[in-house]
Each structure stands twice: as C-alpha cells, then as structure tokens.
Ligand binder design. Structure first.
Ligand code: ADP
Length: 332
C-alpha cells in the first residue's frame, strides 16, 4: 500500500514538473523562433561581404535559420530529458520523505493493534478455559459454581479496565478543554478512587496537599493522578505508606506521589511511559502484578494534552516519586 502510494505521489510530482518543463519549453521555443525570425529578416549589409565572394543570401539565410532551429530543438530535448531523469529521482525522494510520517503512523497503529489483541487474548483464553473446565465438571455444586463465577468476574473486570484504557489511548488526540481549576480537589477525588485498594493492602495514604489553582482539565488530571496512585499501591508491599505532596515553582503547580515500593531500575526508567511496557519487577516470581503497561502512557498523554508533564525519581527497593506538573494561571 505504502509502495503504491510512493509510486503514485512520485508520478504526480513528476507530472507537475514535466508539465511545467514542457510548458516552459514551448514558450522558450516560440520566443526564440520569433527573435530568430526578426534577426534573419534584417536587411543584410553588402559591405560585410568580401569583394568577389558570391553569396545566395536567400539560401544562406534559410540554412542559418534551420541550423539555429535544429540547435534550439536539440538543446530543449536534452534539457527535457535531463529534467525527466533528475525530476524522477527528485520526485521519488520527495514522495518518500512526505510519505514517511504516514508510514510511521500506520506502523505504530498496526503495532498497537497487535499488542492490544495480544493483551486481550491472554485473559480471554484463561476465561474460556475456566468456563470449559467448569462446564465439563459433572460434580460442580452451587458453591463451586459461585466461586467460579467470582473468578470469572474478576477476569471480566480486568478486561474492562484494559478495554477502557485501550479506548483512551486510541482517542489520545482528542481536544480537551483547558481552564483554571482547583488541583487539590482532583487529588482528593483520585485518592477516593484508590482508597479501597490501599485498604486491601493496609497501605496508608497521607495527603499533605494544599489548595492551588492550575491551568488544565480537572477530570483528566484526576484520571492521571488515579493511575499514578494505583501504581504506587500496586508496586508497594503491604503496610507501607504513600504520601501525596503539592507545591509550586515559577511556572508550574505540582503534585508528587511518593511510595515505598519496589522502585524502578535506572535502565528501565526511560521505557515506563511506552505503551505495553512493563518492568521486570511487574512480572515477579510470585506472579504478575495486575496491569498491561498502558497506565503511564495514558497518564503521559493526558498531561501533555494539558501542557503539563510527569517527572519520575526512583530508587530500586526504596520507592518512587512521580511528580505531575501543570502550568499556573497567569497573574493579571
Ligand atoms: P502497568 O499496568 O504495568 O502498571 P504502567 O504503564 O502503569 O503499566 O506502568 C509501566 C511500568 O512501570 C509498570 O509495569 C511498572 O513496572 C513500572 N511502574 C510504574 N509505577 C511504578 C511504581 N510506583 N513503582 C514501581 N514501578 C512502577
């Protein structure tokens, strides 16, 4: 598909170039012929002719005229062949250059589709196997069936989270409304979202944030903070603490979420915002920590769409600090 697009674009560029070149050739030919006609029709001065030399001026004039015309045509043909050869190379290069961003976008899209279907396939296969085994079990009683349904429900909830996240990523170029909002309110709402998870692991959420107005989108910021808080809880051992601080510098207001979890190795840090990337410790020896490697790439997209960004400092085995920054409103 890309190859034929490059071919078509090359042909289109070349057609434009050759139309211009041929148009210019016709124009040049007509002007030159007109000039030549004028030149040749000038009355000849006999003084120029050497005494005793006989010249048939009519024939000589026609001969010179035809020779000049032939030279002109030859030059114009050579110029046009040159334009065709160089133009083909140039048009191909230009077409390839212009198609490259589209090619990259298509590649990214098909990689995304492949990764997404791979992520969906694993839990769906597990679900299918569980259901098939349960259906084959002739001695299945109501208690077992309920336990089975509960386990299936857990898988379905995970699949729903995954499909919600995939949808969010697919819509990452959606325009979002940006206005002044109270950052602390978004922090509180995101803490409420993850509070049950923290409770399950006996993790204490310490909120030290203060009121602060920033420029951005309250709902999207809440989603982003919930992702980071969710990770802080997921990647921390039980009975630890997650602290949420806030502050501001010259241009930005920020919220920092500090955990006492597994931390991230320096060599893995550059990749954690990539789609589907999961660091080694997420696939531990005691089984995978729930996740698909999509949370942080969504969080990053969300922040960039609001002219903000995320910073990370992490120490393996000690913990991580994720800072979310948003522009401060301009003072009037
Ligand atoms: P996942 O669904 O795997 O959590 P994310 O995109 O949210 O995906 O995070 C990418 C990876 O970054 C995770 O798999 C994990 O290895 C690492 N990570 C993110 N947050 C933390 C954290 N607070 N502590 C340790 N590792 C983290």
């Amino acid at each position: 598909m890309i190859k034929s697009a490059v071919g078509r674009l090359t042909f289109a560029y070349l057609a434009i170039l050759m139309t211009l070149s041929l148009g210019f050739t016709v124009l040049l030919y007509n002007i030159s012929m007109h000039e030549l006609n004028q030149e040749i029709r000038q009355p000849y001065s006999y003084e120029l002719v050497q005494p005793g030399l006989f010249l048939d001026f009519g024939r000589f004039r026609d001969y010179r005229f035809n020779e000049a015309r032939r030279n002109l045509i030859e030059n114009l043909v050579v110029i046009n062949i040159g334009t065709l050869i160089l133009g083909s190379i140039f048009s191909y290069g230009l077409a390839k250059r212009n198609i490259r961003p589209i090619e990259e976008a298509l590649e990214a899209q098909s990689r995304f589709a492949a990764d997404a279907s791979h992520e969906l396939r694993t839990p769906l296969t597990a679900l299918q196997t569980e259901i098939e085994v349960a259906l084959r079990d002739k001695k299945l009683n109501l208690k077992d069936a309920k336990a089975q349904l509960n386990s299936n429900l857990e898988e379905v909830i995970k699949l729903r989270t995954l499909s919600d996240r995939l949808l969010k990523l697919a819509r990452d170029d959606e325009k979002i409304e940006i206005k002044k909002f109270e950052l602390q309110r978004s922090v509180l709402k995101s803490i409420n979202q993850v509070a049950p998870l923290a409770k399950n692991k006996n993790i204490k959420l310490v909120d030290n944030t203060r009121k602060m107005q920033v420029l951005g989108n309250a709902q999207h910021t809440e989603d982003c903070l919930a992702i980071i808080l969710d990770n802080a809880i997921k990647y921390s051992p039980i009975k630890t603490k997650v602290t949420i601080e806030s502050g501001k510098d010259k241009e930005f207001g920020f919220v920092t979420i500090v955990d006492q979890g597994s931390g991230i190795k320096p060599e893995e840090l550059p990749y954690i915002f990539e789609r589907f990337y999961r660091a080694d410790h997420s696939r531990g020896k005691d089984g995978d920590v729930n996740g698909h490697g999509l949370g942080l790439s969504i969080a990053k997209n969300i922040m960039e769409a609001q002219n903000g960004y995320i910073e990370v400092i992490s120490n393996p085995d000690k913990g991580s600090a994720f800072t979310v920054k948003l522009p401060l409103p301009r003072k009037k």
